[in-house]
Design a protein around this ligand. Structure first.
Ligand code: ATP
Ligand code: MG
Length: 415
């Protein structure tokens, strides 16, 4: 990607009327555009980050047997009446709208009911189970407060997975598989060492659910963290009897601020029963289907990672999700400099995500932008480096500048 062609530009000034630091930075760097409070569009660089996060999640979901779908966003009222979840008194943050004929429809805030409904034609027998279905899609919630940028949107991107099992054991095995898969996902995203599995309220269906909380001062959640065991308890369920139940000691726990980046839930058979999804076992006997649901906040992760790792120069992306791994900064417009920079860009651009700063602007501006955009590796090509047959390399997280031979670039980008 040539910076001279990228339609978005960075802004040197603070964005007015944006209370959240992640949105502030991401708007300034041209990754997102604010449509209204809690609603953001993803511009080319932001879309790359969302796609990179999504792909890491997708690969993991596929590896544990997930099948990807894309459900509709408009949802049928009749379906939700059957599980008694349509009423605003039951779920208070629904967006709903009316069709021309006056009937009401819901705008998807979660998808348990429609997913079950879409299984009805296909799941009848023990031979059809288990099934694991997921999607990566925008969700809509009328959140009361939307001051945290991408971390709490009224429109946001979620990965939601739903499991359908024949019995409790089969459900529990898969539930644990998802938990392990989530930990791998957070590691790949560069937040493995600060993300912890956390006991949380199980709601109607089970004693506990599992949240995945990223420890960060920017969080709005509070957890009590056992460093030794690497697990935590959400403040919402923090009580002596709970600690005893899960074998944690108060003395070993430290209070931390955190961001919920995912959660997994056992749902029992209530929703499937209400919507008439059953299966016939090997003896032809009608049985209930056991359901689980598993969410990951894709756009919340982008906001969290943006804000948590940022420094006073701007964004700092982990390499796995950065919009480009390398930023080539051309300094000067001597013919041999231009030709060398073009040569390097052309040689590597099909193997690695590169942003090439080929603009005719001051060196200082180019360096500031490379920092603001948060690209992990900066390569400088200048008259000086060309004369020496080297390029200058600097990592975003370090101030050290080194010189490497041009033919060493391929090794460098491989890591
Ligand atoms: P929270 O407790 O933060 O309100 P939740 O428990 O309602 O979230 P779920 O409905 O389980 O969340 O959604 C799954 C995941 O989607 C959450 O773990 C979170 O990472 C993300 N998420 C939930 N609400 C939002 C939102 N308004 N904006 C961005 N991401 C969200
Ligand atoms: Mg929650």
């Amino acid at each position: 990607m040539r910076l001279s062609k990228l339609y978005t530009k960075t802004s040197k000034t603070i964005i007015a009327g944006e209370p959240s630091k992640n949105a502030q930075l991401l708007i300034q760097a041209g990754f997102i555009h604010k449509e209204m409070a809690g609603v953001y569009s993803f511009l080319p660089l932001g879309k790359k980050v969302i796609d990179n996060i999504s792909q890491i999640v997708r690969d993991e979901m596929n590896s544990i047997g997930g099948q990807e779908v894309q459900m509709s966003i408009m949802q049928s009222r009749e379906l939700w009446l059957k599980t008694n979840r349509w009423d605003d008194k039951v779920i208070d943050n629904w967006f709903k709208t009316k069709l021309a004929n006056g009937s009401e429809v819901g705008i998807g805030l979660t998808h348990e009911e429609p997913i079950i409904n879409a299984l009805l034609p296909f799941v009848n027998s023990y031979k059809d189970l288990p099934v694991y279905i997921y999607q990566i899609q925008s969700k809509f919630r009328n959140e009361l407060r939307a001051k945290s940028g991408l971390m709490r949107g009224r429109e946001f991107i979620m990965k939601d997975l739903y499991s359908f099992s024949m019995n409790q054991k089969e459900h529990q095995d898969f539930y644990e598989k998802v938990a392990q898969s989530y930990l791998r996902i957070y590691s790949k995203l560069g937040i493995g060492d600060i993300t912890v599995r956390t006991f949380a309220d199980g709601g109607y269906f089970s004693k506990f659910s599992d949240e995945f909380q990223t420890i960060s001062d920017i969080g709005e959640d509070t957890i009590f963290f056992d460093k030794e065991k690497n697990i935590a308890v959400n403040k919402e369920v923090y009580r002596p009897e709970v600690l005893q139940d899960i074998g944690l000691k108060e003395d070993n726990l430290v209070e931390k601020k955190s961001v919920e980046v995912g959660n997994i839930f056992s749902l029992g058979s209530k929703y499937c029963d209400s919507l008439g999804l059953y299966f016939l076992d090997e003896n032809g006997k009608k049985q209930s289907v056991i359901m689980g649901c598993y969410g990951i906040g894709i756009s919340r992760l982008m906001g969290l990672i943006a804000e948590h790792f940022a420094d006073n120069k701007g964004l700092v992306w982990p390499s796995s999700i950065a919009p480009a791994k390398v930023c080539i900064v051309r300094i000067g417009d001597e013919p041999e400099v231009i030709s060398e920079a073009e040569k390097i860009y052309t040689k590597y651009k099909n193997h690695i995500d590169i942003i090439y700063d080929d603009r005719n602007v001051r060196a200082g501006e180019k360096f500031a932008d490379a920092d603001l955009l948060g690209i992990p590796i900066r390569l400088v090509v200048s008259k000086n480096t060309v004369d020496k047959g080297v390029v200058e390399i600097k990592y975003r997280t370090s101030d050290k500048i080194e010189l490497i031979k041009i033919d060493k670039i391929s090794e460098l980008t491989a890591r």
